[in-house]
Design a protein around this ligand. Sequence first.
Ligand SMILES: [Fe+2]
Length: 427
Amino acid sequence: MSVPTAVLPALPHWETTPDDLRAAVREVKAALRARIAASGRTVEEVFAVIEERVAAQVADIAAEAERGEPVWPVIDYADVAAGTVSPELLAKLQRRGCAVIRGHFPREQALEWDAAIVDYVERNRFFETYRGPGDDFFGTVGSKPEIYPIYWSPAQMQARQSERMARVQAFLNGRWRHESDGVTWFEPDRDCLYPDRIRRRPPGADSAGLGTHLDPGTLDLWMTRANQAAFRHLFDGTVEQYDPWDAAHRTAGPQYPGSTMTSVFRTFQGWTALSDMDHDQGVLHTVPIPEAMAYLMLRPLLADVPEDDMCGVTVGKVFPANEQWHPLLMNAVTGIPDVRAGDSVWWHCDMVHGVAPVTDQKGWGNVMYIPAAPWCPRNADYAVQVREALRSGASPSDFPAEHYERTWDGRFGVDDLSAVGRRGLGL
Ligand SMILES: [Fe+2]
């Protein structure tokens, strides 16, 4: 039996980054524990509910891998476009929280885009003028991804504003509950056009990969009023009702700033392959369990974590997931299958992910990052800045202020926007 939420102790909250992080962590942890205790269960009991749910998925994934079945759902773009994705595959997408969309774009189209990006950066002497990585956001996870801070090539914009992209984004947004309590949290059929970078990793490359982490926020996940509402079921005695696909309270609240921090709400993160990539060539891995987020949120409240520590989460650094605090999750880390140029890869915005290391990579490893970021108050705010950056060729404000493209020749312009592109920018 649960206690009515109204009688539970209120939580302290910080709508901007607290001045004293350690003091704020101590305060919010004590308050979260008190709230859970007042709901009639101990923190350990609540955590055990989630641990059991996650452990069942971990076992399921291990069994699937053992049987040689693909853990990642693979969905044909043709089925997305025709609305004929099978109920079994939809259920698997819900369970795993990630998918490959096969043939999202024709392979030739993707290879053409890849070549066009090379032409665009070479023509504008990018390699001669490159000043090194503009951020150290991934400093804690020991990595150096081969990222081009390029946002406005015609190839990237053509993909972002294509009908094919809009269809897949609407399909993915539709996996979420976007309305509740009389509020439309986001519009599933309309995406905001979110400019992100590209990665091109050449044949023969050695890469240390990217440690497992997650992207939806840092300490703000526990500390802002909106996030406390979004994750309310974890703290108010109704943990069984926690639903990783519920967008309630996720699409308007503030986030604490970091040097590379997504200020938009994404239902799924994603990228589109611009080269063929084999599954063992340093590719993306996830912990394909959406409800693992509940595990990550509750874990710091257990007694073995120091009072002023959130399992290593702090502002301005990526949220780490690791063997030290989350060994159960690490058992389920699963890589994507082989992909071909034109396929796209998607994972739930809260999902633990990383990139495997590779030595002497076979073939190219090229991707364009394009997420599903449906229209909502938070994303509409960001669209104002995107419109400005598109006009001037600046780096978008979510990214380091490198601004390579301001003077570049052949940049995509406002006049080149399609109907989908204009809609995605609020024009
Ligand atoms: Fe990430």
